[in-house]
Every structure is written in structure tokens, then in C-alpha cells.
Design a protein around this ligand. Structure first.
Ligand code: ARG
Length: 567
């Protein structure tokens, strides 16, 4: 374990491993604790199989011996067959966790180095669709997790704004473009032009010719008419995208389209040439990757001399390495581009870039919309805006029914609707396909965003009702909370959830742990009266509620789920 994210239950984890390491004559960091299968057996478990072999004894024997020998403050070891279980004394556990949770650095790691996270990266002149939802939401969550782990994070949005398709779009604009439509519904109009181009291209030879000329004009680098209109397309697209990024709470340090690397493409090809990896194949320039187990070569220049998507990714990777000297570079892009990522990263390795092994393709599965009238409107693919709007509409209906008196209903509906979409995406393992079912996404009960938001708002409501500042940890008798170790176990495992979510690049681990915290929290305030107890007990329980509120709010913030105080 490289890094204890200050500290919670990890405090005991470290203590136990130190004692085990000493008893076994091993390094503490080579040992890993698990959780007992049954929570009643304690908070930690240590399987003895591997070590028994080394000590030439059997696991049960070793577990028994260690249980008798080990001494860890506030921790009781017990042998259960081949396992050694550890139970932390509830009073000590509550005290430790409560005091750590209340500190501002709870859940903060000390990892170093820059992590570049590229995500979202939609294509200009087209609406963002639900597929872009996943990269945007997963990328933003991973950026925050990396940051929490201690890394400096560089967020990049690699807009798809270059390639021969923009020659086609400009050709279509020159024929049929309407300034009026462009100013009112820019993306719709550009999409319409693009579709029309492809329809008419077959019967009209002058169109592809015009498209070719337009792309040459674009590639010439001059500030000609074509470039001016292409720039406007980019601006209009960004305006729409930014609106979606705002709603989803995603931010970027750099919005750099593929075009940004344009003048680095020739130097890139020269450099590749100098490393000896380039070959010619039917007039095109390729890198053969068979010797690296990849059948399809990476095409870096067509027979017509134009560069490609992969060429721009090679240039972008190299430029990012030179600029940021990253520890890791993550690319949050769907699994349909697996081959592309294997190809260009392998080209870099073949060309001798040691740093190429720091690149990670963070792939993810598809979103499949449940069939039915909510999935598509007018029989076409849903745009991301439509999905968000629909979620907000549904959230508004639910709020109207459950809490018609609520202030700021519109703003809260936006938070709940968008939060529901984000959480639904992140609660799944990223490589699995996500099936979208409106009823399930927005339910206020079950494993949903609204359920977590509601748990958080519930804490806020209790604290509001108490009508006094939440008592600080030093002002209460922590012993009064010893009857609720379950809540503190859940809160105390928050740093571990953060760490594992980052290590595995899997926000789901955090999402699932927040559900556990919420359920422990719900049990707490259902079983135990908070308000109207004796002054001392009320203070202690209010403090617990405040720590619960804080941790839920923090975790939801990392996932990008908004946390209204009332809903
Ligand atoms: N613009 C592409 C798309 O929308 C995604 C770009 C992914 N990033 C990259 N470096 N290739 O499909």
C-alpha cells in the first residue's frame, strides 16, 4: 500500500500489517489485508496460506500461533481456520475514524507527478450524443480521483476538429449554407449539411472535388475563407459543448483540437523516419506492427499525402510528453477504439519512446437505451442535451409529487436529474455496457444518485432542524457513539475506496462505497433518535450526522454528482 489517505480504518490496517510483518520477518508493504467474509468476524482478515507454506506449517496452525502472539493496540486477533481475523475495539474505532474524518485532509493522498487526463473530446459540427456522456463523466471523475490521490492533473479536451470531413462540410456550406440557420441552431444546421453532402455526393462529382479543394485550403495553413468558416464552426460547436460541460460540471485545462497539432505533423513524420519504423505500402506510409503482435499496420500518411487520425494522436502524445513529462497519461475513450490505441502506442514503443508505457487507454462500454418512447424522439439517436433535459423533466415531476413546497424547485430538479444520469453511469464497471432505464435511473430508492443526494439532504435537514452549529468533534463525548461502529466502519473505509478507485481507474468503487455509507447512515438515523435526546447525546449524534454529511458530500463531489441541501 503506497499511500494512506489520512487515515480512517487504514490506521489500523497499517498497525496490523506492521505487527504481522514483524512476526513473519517480512516487509509490511508486501502484506495485504482483506475483509472477513462475515462482518461479524471483524474489520480485517489475513489469509495464512502463502505464509504457512513458507514457514513449513499449515495455515490453520499459523493463524492460531499468530493469534496468540500478536499484540496490536485496540485490536483483537482471532483465528478462524486458515484465516486470522482482526476486530477493532468499537470505542477506539469510532474515536480514530471520527477524528480523521473531521480533518480537512481526510482522503488526501501523497502521490506525486503529473497525470494527464484526456476526456470528452467530441467532434465539432455534430451534436454530442450519449456516447460522449460516458467519457465526459468518467474522465471528470478520474481527474478528481487522481487529484485527491495527490497528483497534479492536466485535463485535456481533444476536440475532433480536423480531417477530410471538414473539407466536405465546407463544400456543403458553400453550396447550401444558411447564415440565419447557423446563428439560430448551428449544430443542427451543420449536421443537416453534412448529411446532405453524403446524400448528394454520389450523383454529383463536383462535390467531392470541391471537398478536396476545401480541405487543401484548410491544410494550407493560410487564413483563407475556408479557414475562417471552419473556425466559426468550431466556435459555434464549442458554445454548445460548453453548455453541456457546465451542466455536467466538467472542466478542462486545455481545449486543444486535433488541429492544434497540425504544424507538428511533418516533424513527426520526419522523426518517425529517423527512427527507422516507417515503411511504404501501396504509396501510403505505414508502421508495420506484426512483430508486436498487431496484425493491422498503423497508417500515418495516405497515398495522397494527407495525415490521419493516428498521425495526429502520435503528434499529440509526443507533444504532451514534451510539455508535461507526465507520470501517467490517460485517454478516456470508448472500447470501439481499442485497436487505434494499441496501434499508436505501439508505434511509439517501436520508435523507442520509453514513456509510451505510461499511456493508458481507459476504455468503456456502450450506453444502450431501453427501447420505448422515451429512448428516441422522432426515431433518431438521442442527443446528450435531450437525455439531460428528459432526466430533469422527470426529476421535476418527482419533486412536484414528493415535495411541492420546496424552494428553488427548478434548480434542484436540474441537480437531481443531471446527478441521476452521472451516478447511473459511474455505478457500473466502466467496461460493461450500461442499459439505460429511466425508472431505475431516477428512482429515489435503491442504488441511485437521487437516493444518495437524498441521504445527504436528509443530514442537512437534521442539522438545520437542530438550529445550532454542528458540534465539533472536540466538544462531544465520543464514547456515546461507540454503539454505532457500523457507521464509522463505513466512513472509515472511505480513503480505501478512493485509493482503490484511482488505482484501478474505476470510479464504480467509490460509487458503490458511497451507497454503503448511505445505507449505514440511514440505519443510524432510523435506529437512533438524534434530536430531542439529552444535550450530550444529541450533540454526539449531531456530530456523527455532520461527518456523514461531509463524507457523502465529498464523495458525490468527486463523482460530479451535485448535492442540494434540500430536495
Ligand atoms: N473525437 C473522437 C470521437 O468523438 C474521440 C477522440 C479520442 N481521443 C483521441 N486522442 N483519439 O470519437
Amino acid at each position: 500500500m503506497p499511500d494512506t489517505l489520512h487515515l480512517g480504518l487504514d490506521h489500523f490496517d497499517v498497525q496490523i500489517r506492521s505487527a504481522l510483518a514483524q512476526a513473519l520477518g517480512l516487509e509490511k508493504d508486501s502484506l495485504k489485508l482483506e475483509r472477513p467474509r462475515d462482518e461479524k468476524m471483524g474489520e480485517f482478515a489475513f489469509p495464512c496460506f502463502r505464509f504457512a507454506k513458507e514457514k513449513k506449517t499449515n495455515p490453520a496452525e499459523l493463524a492460531k500461533k499468530l493469534a496468540g502472539e500478536l499484540s496490536v493496540e485496540f485490536v483483537a486477533p482471532s483465528a478462524a481456520g486458515p484465516f486470522l481475523n482482526f476486530r477493532v475495539e468499537p470505542a477506539a474505532l469510532v474515536k480514530r475514524v471520527a477524528s480523521d474524518v473531521s480533518k480537512p485532509n481526510y482522503g488526501c493522498g501523497n502521490l506525486e507527478g503529473k497525470v494527464v487526463v484526456e476526456y470528452s473530446s467530441p467532434n465539432i459540427a455534430k451534436p454530442m450524443h450519449v456516447g460522449h456522456l460516458r467519457t465526459t463523466v468518467i474522465g471528470a471523475a478520474l481527474s478528481r480521483l487522481a487529484n485527491r490521490a495527490g497528483h497534479e492533473v492536466v485535463r485535456i479536451n481533444h476536440l475532433g476538429d480536423w480531417g477530410s470531413q471538414f473539407g466536405k462540410l465546407v463544400a456543403a456550406w458553400n453550396r447550401w449554407g444558411s447564415e440565419e440557420k447557423l446563428s439560430v441552431e448551428p449544430i443542427d444546421h451543420l449536421l443537416e449539411l453534412y448529411v446532405r453532402y453524403h446524400k448528394e455526393e454520389e450523383n454529383d462529382e463536383s462535390l467531392p472535388a470541391a471537398a478536396k479543394v476545401a480541405f487543401q485550403e484548410l491544410e494550407s495553413g493560410e487564413n483563407n475563407k475556408t479557414r475562417v468558416i471552419w473556425k466559426r464552426f468550431t466556435e459555434y460547436s464549442l458554445r454548445e459543448f460548453n453548455h453541456i460541460f457546465d451542466r455536467l460540471g466538467s472542466t478542462f485545462d486545455f481545449v486543444r483540437g486535433e488541429s492544434w497539432y497540425e504544424d507538428q505533423l511533418d516533424p513527426l513524420i520526419d522523426w518517425l523516419e529517423s527512427t527507422g519504423v516507417l515503411e511504404e505500402s501501396d504509396g501510403a506510409t505505414i508502421v508495420d506492427l506484426k512483430d508486436h503482435g498487431i496484425k493491422t499496420p498503423c497508417l500515418v500518411k495516405t497515398a495522397h499525402g494527407t495525415t490521419l487520425y493516428a498521425t495526429r494522436d502520435l503528434a499529440a502524445a509526443k507533444s504532451r510528453w514534451e510539455e508535461f513529462q507526465f507520470e501517467r497519461a490517460l485517454y478516456v475513450v470508448g472500447a470501439e477504439q481499442n485497436l487505434h490505441f494499441q496501434q499508436f502506442t505501439t508505434v511509439l514503443k517501436k520508435a523507442g519512446c520509453e514513456w509510451a508505457s505510461r499511456i493508458e487507454h481507459i476504455s468503456f462500454g456502450l450506453i444502450r437505451l431501453q427501447e420505448g418512447k422515451l429512448s428516441t424522439r422522432e426515431g433518431r439517436i438521442l442527443s446528450l442535451t435531450e437525455v439531460l433535459d428528459r432526466a430533469v423533466e422527470l426529476a421535476a415531476e418527482i419533486i412536484e409529487e414528493k415535495n411541492p413546497e420546496l424552494d428553488h424547485k427548478e434548480a434542484v430538479s436540474e441537480q437531481v436529474g443531471v446527478g441521476a444520469i452521472i451516478f447511473h453511469d459511474l455505478k457500473h464497471q466502466r467496461n460493461k455496457d450500461v442499459v439505460f432505464n429511466w425508472g431505475e435511473v431516477l428512482s429515489f430508492e435503491g442504488d441511485t444518485g437521487p437516493y444518495l443526494q437524498y441521504s445527504h439532504a436528509r443530514c442537512c435537514a437534521i442539522l438545520r432542524k437542530a438550529d445550532r452549529p454542528a458540534p465539533s468533534i472536540d466538544s462531544i463525548d465520543l464514547g456515546l457513539l461507540s454503539d454505532s461502529p457500523e457507521l464509522f466502519v463505513a466512513l472509515g473505509r472511505y480513503p480505501q475506496a478512493l485509493r482503490e478507485a484511482w488505482e484501478k481507474r474505476e470510479p464504480m468503487i467509490l460509487a458503490q462505497h458511497l451507497l454503503k455509507i448511505a445505507s449505514a447512515g440511514n440505519a443510524f438515523y432510523h435506529e437512533k433518535r438524534v434530536l430531542g435526546e439529552s444535550e450530550e447525546l444529541e450533540s454526539a449524534r449531531l456530530c456523527a450526522i455532520d461527518l456523514l454529511r461531509k463524507t457523502l458530500g465529498d464523495g458525490l463531489g468527486i463523482l460530479g454528482v451535485p448535492t442540494p441541501e434540500e430536495m
